[in-house]
Design a protein around this ligand. Structure first.
Ligand SMILES: Nc1nc2c(c(=O)[nH]1)N[C@H]1C(S)=C(S)[C@@H](COP(=O)(O)OP(=O)(O)OC[C@H]3O[C@@H](n4cnc5c(=O)[nH]c(N)nc54)[C@H](O)[C@@H]3O)O[C@H]1N2
Ligand SMILES: Nc1nc2c(c(=O)[nH]1)N[C@H]1C(S)=C(S)[C@@H](COP(=O)(O)OP(=O)(O)OC[C@H]3O[C@@H](n4cnc5c(=O)[nH]c(N)nc54)[C@H](O)[C@@H]3O)O[C@H]1N2
Ligand code: SF4
Ligand SMILES: [Mo]
Length: 749
C-alpha cells in the first residue's frame, strides 16, 4: 500500500440529534483532525465543543471485534459470524414457534446519528411475526406525540433562526443543542433588541442567562405556569381570533377551561412573579412570530403530557403557525413514530403510543409469569440496562429472557447480559444516516459515506440483518435474481422490475429493506450497499411531498435517491412554502383540533393537585440526567474524553450546601425510594434551594489500558423508579426524583 496524505472527508458528528456536518482527516484509523463542514446544508460549518472528541468513540479499548456467545458460567467466548447468525436465527425461530413471534421485543434501532440499521431490522422481525418495539423516544417524546397526533397528526418544529420570540420550556439548547447551529442562533437572538427569549427552567442555565424572561419555576410546577400563561392569552384577549376562526377547532372548550384559571394563584404556586409571567405572555402576543421548544425538563417531569398540551397553546392561540419564524409541521424522510391509535402492552396494559411500548414498563412486561410476557429481545444501538429507569430491575428482566441479542459497537452494561453480542462497525466505518430530519422550510438528509473499512471482525448492521434474514430462508433466491440483474442496469430499470416483482408477490413488501439490500444494494458503489433502503424511502418522500421535493431540485424519487448518494455533505430534500403547513395537517379538515377532553380535565384538576411530591424522608428534588458540556448519552464510554466535570458532579444550591455543610469536592450519599449512590458535590448558584442535579451519561463501565475497571460518576437510573411516570404516556419523571442528600465522612477523592 502506498502512503497517502489524508484528505478531508465529509461525515457528521453523532453525539446529538443535530448531526452537524464535519470534515475529518483519518490517520491510522484515527479521526486525527475534525472541523465543521461549511457545505452541510443544515449546520453550515457549525459544531459545538463535543465534535472534537469523536475519536474517543471511534477508537477505544471497549470496542467489540468479534461476535460473542455467553458461556454457562457467564463469561463470553468469541465465535465466528456464521455460527452466531445460524444460532441466533434458529433461537428466535424456536421462540416464535413455541410462544409466537409477538413475544420478541425489539428495543432501540438507532442512537443520535445511526438509523440505517433500524431500517433493516424490520424485515427480520416481521418475518418472525414480531411487531412490538420500544426505544428512547418512549421515555421522552411519546407524551408530546400523543398530543400532536390529536392536534394535527404530525410533529412540529419552531423556526428559531427567524422567530421574534423564542420560548424554551424545560430545554437548555446552549448545552443540549437540538436546533441547527444552536449557539449561533441563541447569540443572534440575545444580541438583537427586537427579539426576545423566554426560558422556563428552575435552573439558571446558560440559556436562561441569555433570556429576556427567565421564568424560574419551582421544579415540577410547569403545568401551573403554562396554564397561567395560556390563561393570560384568553383572559387578556390576546388570542389571534382570525387564525382561530379559520384554522382551529374546539377553541371554545379550551377557552372555557382557561377562563377559570386563577392566574395570580397559579403564578404563586409555580414560584414565578405574576407580573413577569403576564409581561412574558404579552411579549408573545405582540410578536410577529413565536417558536416554542419543549424538552426533557417538562417531558420527564410531573404532568408531562399536560405540559405538552399547554405549551402548544402559546403558539396555537396566537396563530404562530404557517409563517416565517413560527411553528411548523415539517416533512419527514422516515417517520419516527407509527401512525394509528393508542394500543396497550400485553402484560401491564400500558399505552403504546406511536407504536412504542413505554420504556418504563419493559421490565414489568418481562418479569412475570403472565403468558403474554416477552420471552426474547433484540437490542440495537441502545443501552437500556443503563438508560431506562430502575436499571437494577431492567437488568434482572433482561437476564431472565430466554434469548437476548445485543448489537453494539461496545461491550455495554446491556451487552453484558446478552446471550449473544454482535459487534457493529462504527458510524465512521459504514454508510450511515439519521432520520432526525425535523426542519422547515428547508429539510435536509445526509447519507454519510464510510471513512474507512469496518474494524476487522465487525459488520455494518444492514449486513448483519441481511445475514439473519437469509438464515430464516423467507425469500427465494429466484425472486431476487431478476431484481439484481435490473439493478445493474440503472435505477429506471430497477424501478420497473421492482414494481413488477411486488405486484406479482406482495409478500416481498413485508421484507422490503432486505429485498432492496440484496438487490439494489449490490449495485451501489463500494461501501454504500447499506443505503439501499433509502431508495424506498426516497420514493415515499417524493410521493408524500411532490412539490416540496421538486422545489428542492429533485424531479422524482430516483432523482432524490441519486442526489442523496452523491451529496457527500448532505442534501436539502424538501423546500416548503409557509402555506404548506396547512396541507400538512393530517386531519380531514386540515384544521388544528385543540379540544382533548382528558387534558381539559387534567387542567381543571390542577386546582387540587399537589405542587410538591417531596416529603420529610426525601425532601429534595433530584434531576437525574442533565445535559452538560461533556455528556453525550452513552455514546462515548471512554471517560478520557472529558476535559472537566470528570466525576459528573451533583450540583446543589448554595443554601442547601450551607445547611448540609458541604463544599465543592465533598462526597455525599444520595438516596431515593429506588436506590442509593455516592457523588461529588459542586455548589452552584444556578440551583434553587431544594433542587439538585446529576448529569446523564455517567456511571458507564470502562476498562482502562492497564486492565483496571473504572466507572466515574453516578449511573442516573440507579436512583429512578419505573413506576414514577406519566399516566398518559408512561414517560419517566427523571427530572423530578424525591431524594435525600447526606454528607459522607472521610477524605475527598
Ligand atoms: N451535551 C449533550 N447534549 C445532548 C445530549 C447529551 O447527552 N449531552 N442528549 C441529547 C438528547 S437524547 C436529548 S433528549 C436532548 C435533551 O435536551 P434538554 O431537554 O435540553 O436536556 P436536559 O438537560 O436533560 O433538560 C433540560 C432542562 O430541564 C430543566 N429542568 C429540570 N427540572 C425541570 C422542571 O421541573 N421544569 C422545567 N421547566 N425545567 C426543568 C433542567 O434544568 C435543564 O436545563 O439533548 C440532546 N443533546
Ligand atoms: N435518568 C435518566 N435516564 C435517561 C435520560 C435522562 O435524562 N435521565 N435520558 C433519556 C433519553 S432522552 C435518551 S435519548 C436515552 C438514551 O439512551 P439509549 O437509547 O440507551 O441510547 P444511548 O445512550 O445513546 O446509547 C447508544 C448506544 O449505541 C451504541 N452505538 C454507538 N454507535 C453504534 C453503531 O454504529 N451501531 C450500534 N449497533 N450501536 C452503536 C453505543 O455504544 C451505546 O451503547 O436515555 C434516556 N435515559
Ligand atoms: S454534539 Fe450535536 S451540536 Fe455538537 S457538534 Fe455534535 S451534532 Fe453538532
Ligand atoms: Mo433523548
Amino acid at each position: 500500500m502506498t502512503e497517502q496524505r489524508p484528505e478531508w472527508q465529509p461525515t457528521a458528528c453523532i453525539l446529538c440529534e443535530c448531526n452537524c456536518g464535519i470534515i475529518v482527516q483519518v490517520e491510522d484509523r484515527r479521526l486525527a483532525r475534525i472541523r465543521g463542514d461549511k457545505l452541510h446544508p443544515a449546520s453550515q460549518g457549525y459544531t459545538c465543543n463535543k465534535a472534537l472528541q469523536l475519536d474517543h468513540y471511534q477508537n477505544n479499548r471497549n470496542r467489540l471485534t468479534s461476535p460473542m456467545r455467553r458461556r454457562p458460567d457467564g463469561t463470553y467466548e468469541p465465535i465466528d459470524w456464521d455460527t452466531a447468525v445460524t444460532e441466533i436465527a434458529a433461537g428466535f425461530q424456536a421462540i416464535a414457534a413455541a410462544h409466537g413471534g409477538d413475544k420478541i421485543l425489539y428495543y432501540g434501532g438507532g442512537g443520535q446519528g445511526n438509523h440505517l440499521g433500524g431500517a433493516y431490522s424490520g424485515a427480520f422481525l416481521k418475518a418472525l411475526g414480531s411487531h412490538h418495539r420500544s426505544n428512547a423516544l418512549a421515555q421522552e417524546k411519546t407524551g408530546e406525540h400523543w398530543v400532536d397526533a390529536q392536534f394535527y397528526g404530525g410533529h412540529t418544529r419552531g423556526e428559531f433562526a427567524h422567530a421574534e420570540v423564542s420560548v424554551f420550556v424545560g430545554k437548555n439548547p446552549w448545552m443540549s443543542q437540538s436546533i441547527p447551529r444552536a449557539r449561533v442562533v441563541l447569540n443572534e437572538i440575545a444580541k438583537d433588541p427586537q427579539r426576545s427569549m423566554i426560558v422556563i427552567d428552575p435552573v439558571v442555565t446558560d440559556t436562561a442567562k441569555m433570556a429576556d424572561f427567565h421564568l424560574r419555576v419551582q421544579p415540577g410546577t410547569d403545568a401551573w405556569c403554562l396554564a397561567a400563561m395560556a390563561a393570560v392569552l384568553v383572559q387578556e384577549n390576546l388570542c389571534n381570533e382570525t387564525f382561530l376562526a379559520e384554522h382551529v377547532t374546539g377553541v371554545d372548550a379550551v377557552r372555557a377551561a382557561l377562563a377559570e384559571v386563577p392566574v395570580g394563584e397559579y403564578a404563586r404556586r409555580c414560584g414565578v412573579d405574576e407580573l413577569q409571567l403576564r409581561t412574558a405572555v404579552r411579549r408573545i402576543a405582540a410578536a410577529e412570530s413565536v417558536a416554542v421548544f419543549e424538552d426533557l425538563g417538562v417531558q420527564q417531569s410531573p404532568n408531562s403530557t399536560l405540559c405538552s398540551y399547554l405549551n402548544k397553546m402559546l403558539w396555537i392561540l396566537t396563530g404562530n403557525f404557517a409563517k416565517r419564524g413560527g411553528q411548523h409541521l415539517h416533512s419527514s424522510f422516515a417517520p419516527l413514530f407509527r401512525t394509528g391509535g393508542v394500543g396497550r402492552t400485553p402484560v401491564t396494559g400500558a399505552p403504546i403510543i406511536g407504536g412504542l411500548i413505554p420504556a418504563n414498563v419493559v421490565g414489568e412486561e418481562i418479569l412475570t409469569d403472565h403468558p403474554a410476557r416477552f420471552r426474547a429481545m433484540v437490542v440495537e444501538s441502545s443501552n437500556p440496562a443503563h438508560s431506562i429507569a430502575d436499571s437494577g430491575t431492567v437488568a434482572r428482566a433482561l437476564t431472565s429472557l430466554e434469548l437476548l441479542v445485543v448489537i453494539d459497537v461496545a461491550m455495554t452494561e446491556t451487552a453484558r447480559l446478552a446471550h449473544y453480542v454482535l459487534p457493529a462497525a462504527s458510524q465512521f466505518e459504514k454508510a450511515e444516516a439519521t432520520f432526525f430530519n425535523l426542519e422547515f422550510p428547508h429539510n435536509t438528509f445526509h447519507l454519510r459515506h464510510p471513512l474507512m473499512e469496518p474494524l476487522p471482525g465487525t459488520l455494518p448492521e444492514p449486513e448483519i440483518w441481511a445475514r439473519l434474514t437469509r438464515a430464516l430462508g423467507v425469500v427465494d433466491e429466484s425472486e431476487l435474481a431478476p431484481l439484481r440483474a435490473a439493478a445493474g442496469q440503472g435505477l429506471p430499470a430497477f424501478t420497473n422490475a421492482f414494481l413488477a416483482a411486488v405486484t406479482a408477490n406482495p409478500n416481498l413488501n413485508k421484507v422490503l429493506p432486505f429485498v432492496l439490500y440484496e438487490t439494489l444494494g449490490a449495485a451501489l458503489p463500494h461501501g454504500l450497499s447499506g443505503a439501499a433502503a433509502l431508495w424506498g424511502l426516497a420514493q415515499k418522500t417524493a410521493m408524500a411531498y411532490p412539490d416540496a421535493v421538486r422545489r428542492a431540485g429533485h424531479a422524482d424519487g430516483n432523482a432524490l435517491f441519486t442526489a442523496i448518494l452523491e451529496g457527500r455533505s448532505g442534501v436539502t430534500f424538501t423546500v416548503h412554502e409557509y402555506d404548506d403547513d396547512f396541507a400538512l395537517i393530517g386531519r380531514p379538515d386540515h384544521k388544528i383540533a385543540v379540544e382533548i377532553p382528558e387534558m381539559l380535565t387534567e387542567l381543571r384538576g390542577l386546582m387540587d393537585a399537589p405542587t410538591r411530591l417531596t416529603d420529610a424522608e426525601f425532601p429534595i428534588v433530584l434531576s437525574a440526567g442533565e445535559r452538560r458540556a461533556f455528556t453525550a448519552n452513552d455514546i462515548i464510554r471512554d471517560p478520557g474524553w472529558r476535559k472537566r466535570d470528570t466525576d459528573g458532579a451533583l450540583r446543589i444550591s448554595v443554601e442547601d450546601a450551607g445547611e448540609l455543610e458541604l463544599a465543592d469536592g465533598d462526597r455525599v450519599r444520595i438516596t431515593t425510594a429506588a436506590g442509593t449512590a455516592e457523588a461529588t458535590v459542586e455548589v452552584s448558584a444556578a440551583m434553587l434551594p431544594g433542587h439538585v442535579s446529576l448529569p446523564n451519561g455517567y456511571g458507564l463501565d470502562f476498562v482502562d489500558a492497564d486492565g483496571s475497571a473504572q466507572r466515574p460518576g453516578v449511573a442516573p437510573n440507579s436512583l429512578t423508579a419505573s413506576s414514577w411516570r406519566d399516566a398518559y404516556a408512561g414517560t419517566p419523571w427523571h427530572k423530578h426524583v424525591p431524594a435525600r442528600i447526606e454528607k459522607m465522612a472521610g477524605a475527598r477523592p
